[in-house]
Design a protein around this ligand. Structure first.
Ligand SMILES: Nc1ncnc2c1ncn2[C@@H]1O[C@H](COP(=O)(O)OP(=O)(O)O)[C@@H](O)[C@H]1O
Ligand SMILES: [Mg+2]
Length: 342
């Protein structure tokens, strides 16, 4: 009998995407082949405490659950108050946003000497910051949407000045969130002011972008370094004015994922080539979903790089690999193998 690989499935988290992470993790858990993997459920509550669960249902009632504590440099966690040691071969972070997707958990894994699925510290920290990502991509000749930055405490910019540079509709978003949290449009000084207030609830750094009338195209990356492969291109058709939190996740959402996207093969190859280049530029490892805007005038912009994309049952990342013939289970296994090979 072959030995099982112990996987610490890490989910929940402190970010605004806590519930998204739980639904992603449930799917990932269901897909992990129990003849190959021994899975430990490590849940991070919204206050940032770690818990060792026996089942997902315990996440909503932690009264009888043990806390999970890292012992740095030993590859071991211990539970509290009882002491049971957990020695994962690999950490599988199904976390989004702050203190999950941003290099912090990746840093902890490094200090624990445990391999972790996906991008390492610097890549995660850069890609969570939409401004740093743009700066790095632009330095490398990859086109992103024109923008300005507003830092908390700076004077309120004037809408007319911004719009002279960025057009008559602006998109305002926190630099470091995901799932469209804190994202809104502005067409006047008043809207700009409330959009900035809203975005600053989530981040001191806020991005002000030109609104692009565009199709939203996405590519999934899988693999390490030079061996990373791009999937085919998929398209998201949001059911609302733009792809909001509700249009992403609500049960009644009519948003569509079209795979493969109805675009010509030349454009599809071009998008895949940019995704491969962008993944290399940011030093991507393991996985990422790379999102593009194709504007009405044919300009292609790289919108963002998600180093830990969603794994819910409607999520694009696993669907794009499904289209390439890789089942959800085979995909998770490939991610774990890549982490162990890093
Ligand atoms: N500059 C823009 N022009 C038009 N739509 C945008 C722009 N920026 C964001 N959006 C819309 O808002 C959604 C969320 O923004 P995005 O930058 O992808 O942040 P998140 O990390 O929250 O997904 C996008 O999927 C798109 O529908
Ligand atoms: Mg997005």
């Amino acid at each position: 009998m072959t030995q099982l690989t112990t996987v610490m499935l890490l989910f929940g988290g402190e970010s605004s995407e806590h519930t998204v992470s739980i639904s992603s993790a449930r799917n990932v858990f269901a897909a992990l082949d129990e003849t190959k993997f021994d899975v430990e459920l490590a849940f991070i509550d919204q206050s940032g405490k770690w818990w060792l669960l026996d089942s997902f249902d315990q996440a909503s009632d932690l009264a009888d659950v043990s806390q999970l504590v890292p012992i740095l440099g030993t590859k071991k966690f211990t539970t509290l108050p009882s002491t049971k040691y957990i020695t994962p071969d690999v950490i599988l972070p199904i976390l989004h946003g702050e203190n999950g997707e941003d290099g912090t958990v990746q840093g902890l894994a490094r200090l624990m000497h445990i391999p972790i699925v996906g991008c390492e510290i610097a890549t995660s920290a850069i890609c969570i910051d939409k401004v740093l990502t743009k700066q790095l991509l632009e330095q490398n000749g990859i086109v992103t949407v024109p923008y300005a930055v507003h830092l908390a405490g700076e004077p309120l910019p004037s809408f007319s000045q911004l719009s002279a540079q960025l057009g008559d509709t602006l998109f305002i978003k926190p630099a470091g969130c995901g799932s469209s949290v804190g994202v809104s449009k502005a067409r006047s000084d008043e809207e700009l002011s409330s959009a900035l207030d809203e975005a600053h609830k989530f981040d001191v750094k806020v991005l002000i972008e030109k609104a692009i009338n565009a199709r939203e195209l996405e590519v999934a990356m899988l693999g390490n370094g030079a061996n990373a492969k791009a999937s085919g291109v998929g398209e998201i058709r949001p059911d609302s004015e733009f792809y909001t939190f509700e249009s992403k996740y609500s049960a009644s959402s009519q948003s569509q994922a079209i795979i493969p996207a109805d675009i010509d093969s030349e454009l599809s190859e071009q998008i895949k080539a940019i995704a491969v280049k962008a993944f290399a530029v940011v030093g991507g490892q393991g996985l990422s979903r790379i999102d593009f805007f194709l504007s009405d005038d044919g300009t292609l912009y790289l919108n963002e790089i998600n180093t830990l994309p969603g794994f819910t049952n409607i999520s694009m990342y696993p669907k794009l690999w499904r289209q390439e013939g890789l089942s959800y289970s085979a995909l998770i296994e490939a991610l774990i193998t890549n982490a162990l090979d890093k």
